[in-house]
Design a protein around this ligand. Structure first.
Ligand code: NAP
Length: 386
């Protein structure tokens, strides 16, 4: 009994402010050499009693790259040994603050505004500060990091402590969980695309994804916590069919859904749409998904490899090709899920879904909108988009 209490206490104990120091137990590329993407599968250890449900996310608290930290120190002419007070008034070195407390990645307009406040009479900063100069500031921030601002306006930050005024707090990054604990009781797995790009003559990388790509080999430790997402859940009815649309890293929660249904032997039918650039290079979790298809866990697996032919083919094109059967599934009470890019994909998929409904029901576009609204009300249309 006391063990049970202790275990559930553990599960509650770890939060973004009190993370669990997890060990990386696996970190491998899912994409093949030659791919334009660098997408990785990562596995992180959990302490007994830490639990998650498919649909949840894992929060990873990143560190800034040591080279990026040294660059900032050098531009500001600080040694790094200076003492500062962190957000909780704990005294630490400036180097530690820049590594683990402050956001020195992608430049935010708030940092430009705060620098302008500190500088008072600097014309260049004044011209980018405040709501009237929003567009100019956004233009400046694009592709830049804090180090670029510090280099362009040296001598503004005079005291190390002022960096807590200029820079936002380094926050955790949330990644959709790609595993089911019914299959992997003591770890959590995720799918991460490493962001790397060139801008203003320098090579840059995402703060968290860069760390996961370069400095999180097996055996290293990372502060993590589990984050519940009650709005993205498999149906309570284990026999209900599910349709999952997950291009790119959007596959992550659906791998978790499928593993869960497989491990628990749930009878509901599963239909997955996956899309990426090239079948040979970017078919994430290929062997596992084909195995699930073979075993019947996946009733249908529809893929859209956008760059394997002259004209682009996307998941929504495959949906339209399968309109009749998809509408039959919806009529049988299927749950419809979308995960991945919010800016274009999720909107285009919703348009395709409305077309599928209108075509299948021989109804008007207005009727399709009502049909979808009813699905939403029944929690049969759920999205995890970013
Ligand atoms: P992705 O960019 O969504 O690409 C997956 C597939 O979707 C590709 O075949 C792509 O084709 C296709 N696609 C492009 N536009 C589409 C549309 N309108 N409708 C349907 N499919 C479309 O996959 P990802 O690289 O795994 O990225 C997923 C999401 O995560 C994106 O929103 C991305 O910006 C975001 N992301 C964020 C971070 C970060 O901030 N740390 C890191 C990684 C990814 P084409 O490319 O051939 O057009």
């Amino acid at each position: 009994m006391s063990e049970v209490i202790e275990q559930s206490a553990h599960a509650v104990k770890y939060t973004r402010n009190n993370p669990y120091l997890s060990t990386v137990t696996y970190n491998e590329l899912l994409t093949a050499p030659g791919s334009e993407k660098e997408t990785r599968h990562i596995e992180l250890s959990l302490e007994e009693g830490m639990t998650y449900t498919p649909g949840d996310a894992v929060g990873i608290i990143p560190d800034n790259r040591p080279t990026a930290v040294e660059e900032v120190l050098s531009v500001l002419h600080f040694s790094g040994e200076e003492r500062v007070l962190d957000h909780y008034k704990v005294e630490i070195s400036l180097r530690e603050a820049l590594r683990t407390r402050l956001h020195i990645g992608k430049l935010a307009r708030s940092s430009v505004n705060q620098m302008a406040k500190l500088a008072k009479e600097n014309e260049g900063l004044k011209n980018m500060a405040g709501p009237d100069n929003k567009a100019r500031a956004e233009d400046y921030c694009w592709g830049r990091e804090f180090v670029d601002l510090a280099a362009d306006f040296p001598e503004v930050v005079k005291e190390p402590q002022q960096l807590f005024q200029v820079l936002a707090r380094l926050t955790p990054r949330m990644y959709s969980i790609a595993s089911s604990q019914a299959m992997h009781p003591d770890n959590v797995q995720t799918t991460v695309r490493v962001v790397r790009y060139e801008s203003h003559g320098k090579s840059r990388q995402g703060v968290a994804s860069g760390e996961l790509g370069d400095r999180a080999g097996v055996g290293t430790t990372l502060p993590i916590f589990l984050h519940s997402n009650a709005n993205f859940r498999l149906p309570e009815d284990h026999s209900a069919p599910v349709i999952m649309i997950g291009p790119g890293t959007g596959i992550a929660p659906f791998r978790a859904f499928l593993e869960d249904r497989q491990a628990k032997g749930h009878p509901g039918q599963n239909w997955l749409f996956f899309g990426e650039q090239r079948e040979k290079l970017d078919f994430l979790y290929r062997d596992q998904l084909l195995g699930m298809k073979k075993d019947g866990v996946l009733t249908h697996l529809d893929t859209a490899f956008s760059r394997d032919q002259r004209d682009k083919v996307y998941v929504q094109d495959r949906m339209r090709e399968r309109a009749k059967e998809m509408f039959d599934w919806l009529e049988r009470g299927a749950y419809f899920y979308v995960c991945g890019d919010a800016t274009r994909m999720a909107k285009d998929v919703e348009t395709a879904l409305l077309d599928v409904i209108a075509k299948g029901s021989h109804g008007t576009p207005e009727h399709a909108v009502e049909y979808l609204a009813a699905m939403k009300k029944q929690k049969r249309y759920q999205r995890d988009v970013y």
